[in-house]
Design a protein around this ligand. Structure first.
Ligand code: ADP
Length: 543
């Protein structure tokens, strides 16, 4: 017998409508290339998203068409999110930091019909225009006064395009499983793979995200996603903010600029900010050198890479800001686990609280976790056993776009193999020890590069660090520590190695230390281990 409840589809347009109706006056503040601080309201945003939906209809877009964006975090990009997906097209967010050949690959693979672009990415598109012949035209997200000269064919000004359209638009009643957005993984191994989100997964993910133990997002918050709208839907914040009615602050092209972020946090009364650890390193370095304190910020969600314990401590002790670590990936929308203390845990000292906060987090309803051994048998949740992490749930990808089962990441019993290695403790807190491909194999045992990096980040003379495995005749691999020294600090390799004593197992301590002035980062701000391994491929260890 079926229940007698309404079967209302879960649609992204319903989030837009909810935001406009119940929080219509809520502000959206954006840093943009053509306006240093643009302000308007949810109501205006949704009105313009409807104008855009009307415009797309006029351009001959058909349901399911991929319409791409190549843009930073600002209000026009947000309108594209709602206008494109809400109207039944697929919003394909492209990462502008990809190599040109990757851009060509994903634009052609996705069969994008139109590309909405920021002015600053027009030259990027001009350079590859010949190789993406199926794109019908380009919408430049600016006003008439800022339209660039371009060799691109069929170029339209965004403001002109929508200005002539009606504000009246009725969102289509789509099947909730309709594809809504497409985001390609960074493709560090092989071609990038497309993750195709749908309306249902997006709405459920946003609902999970606003929960108290996750982001705890409400209409009292002002939220700053320093996570690009082109990467995993800015961790879902455009949707969860509209659901909760939180003020939205979008940093435009100023993502990694500590000073701009610090000023925005202060002037826009930001209570919650989200980003990868490198972004917060830049912010903390700026506050330190400028002698500033983050008075208004209450909490940060930090994920995308392991969060150094010293960073959690600095936020807590210097700024009174709670760090909630989270783990996820493009394939998981991205929320997989989030870290907040739960009821029933024994009283913890400040140090023990840091230990707990250094873990990736605990399960969120909607995403199941398991760790397995080499044969696929489940491992115990004892905080010690480690193995490949697999997930399954309401917003986890079931396959890659147009790969029809050939992605090699799904198990026969329907779980997604994340490519991470993890432990899970008896309370359900998961900790990532490594990415499978970054694990260091020494004498038949695994060494966690993440733990070695996090430990050394606590040393005051270290600004940033990476640990990679380097070939060793006896042990297969041994860890090499690569360090950028903090400004004005001097330290020797031996002093750094001594820091590890008593903190990690003796045989884990890196064999050598190399000092560098720069570390390679991926398009999303993570250290590019693959490049470091190439760079140090012929490295001769001294021990
Ligand atoms: P890519 O880095 O390939 O672009 P994603 O952005 O989807 O892909 O990154 C997902 C990966 O980031 C995870 O598989 C994991 O290795 C890493 N990651 C995310 N959050 C954490 C965390 N809290 N701790 C450690 N690693 C993390």
């Amino acid at each position: 017998m079926l229940g007698l409840m309404m079967n209302t589809p879960l649609l992204i347009s319903s989030i837009a409508e909810h935001g406009a109706q119940f929080h219509g006056g809520r502000e959206i503040v954006s840093v943009t290339a053509d306006n240093p601080l643009h302000r308007y309201t949810y109501r205006e945003c949704v009105g313009r998203a409807k104008q855009l939906a009307n415009a797309l209809n006029g351009m001959g877009a058909k349901k399911g068409d991929r319409i791409a964006t190549l843009a930073w975090n600002d209000y026009r990009h947000l309108e594209a999110y709602y206008g494109i997906s809400g109207a039944g097209y697929v919003c394909h967010t492209i990462n502008p930091r990809l190599f040109p050949e990757q851009l060509v690959f994903i634009i052609n693979h996705a069969e994008d019909r139109w590309i909405f672009t920021d002015v600053m990415f027009v030259p990027l598109l001009e350079a590859i225009a010949d190789m993406i012949p199926n794109v019908e035209g380009f919408v430049v997200m600016t006003d008439n006064a800022h339209m660039p000269e371009t060799t691109l064919n069929n170029t339209v000004c965004y403001e002109e395009l929508i200005a002539k359209e009606s504000l009246d638009y009725t969102w289509p009643e789509l099947d909730e499983r309709t594809a809504s957005a497409l985001c390609y993984t960074s493709g560090t191994t092989g071609d990038p793979k497309g993750v195709l989100y749908d309306h249902r997964s997006t709405v459920l993910h946003a609902m999970a995200e606003i929960a108290p133990d996750t982001m705890s997002l409400s209409s009292y918050d002002s939220v700053l996603p320093v996570v690009p709208l082109f990467h995993v839907n800015a961790w879902g914040v455009p949707y969860s903010a509209f659901m909760a009615g939180a003020k939205l602050v979008l940093p435009g092209p100023k993502m990694g600029d500590g000073e701009t972020l610090c000023n925005l946090l202060d002037s826009e009364d930001v209570t919650l900010a989200l980003g990868v650890p490198t972004v917060w390193l830049a912010l903390l370095q700026y506050t330190e050198s400028a002698g500033k304190r983050l008075d208004k910020l209450q909490r940060t969600i930090v994920g995308g890479a392991a969060v150094p314990r010293s960073m959690i401590e600095a936020f807590r002790d210097k700024h009174g800001v709670e760090v909630r670590q989270a783990w996820g990936m493009t394939e998981t929308s991205p929320l997989g686990v989030a870290n907040s203390p739960k009821a029933g845990l024994p009283e913890m000292t400040p140090d023990e609280q840091l230990d707990l906060a250094s873990k990736a987090g605990r399960g969120v309803y909607g995403c199941e976790l398991r760790i397995v051994d080499g044969e696929g048998n489940e491992l115990p949740w004892d905080g010690e056993a480690y193995g490949p992490l697999q997930v399954r749930g309401l917003w986890i990808c079931s396959d890659y776009y147009k790969l029809a089962g050939a992605g090699g990441a799904h198990t026969d019993d329907g779980w997604f193999d994340t490519g991470d290695v993890a432990t899970i403790d008896p309370e359900g807190y998961m900790a990532i020890t490594d990415r499978t491909k970054d694990v260091i194999k020494s004498g038949g045992e695994w060494i966690s590069s993440i733990e070695l990096e996090n430990t050394i980040m606590g040393h005051p003379a270290v600004a940033e660090a990476a640990v990679i495995g380097v070939a060793h005749p006896k042990w297969t691999e041994r860890p090499l520590l690569i360090v950028i020294k903090a400004e004005g600090q001097d330290v020797s390799g031996d002093e750094l190695l001594a820091w590890y004593e008593g903190k990690v197992a003796k045989w884990w301590i890196p064999t050598d230390v190399e000092f560098v002035t720069e570390l390679p980062h991926t398009a999303t701000g993570k250290i590019k281990k693959i490049e470091l391994r190439k760079q140090f491929a012929d490295y001769q260890l001294t021990g």
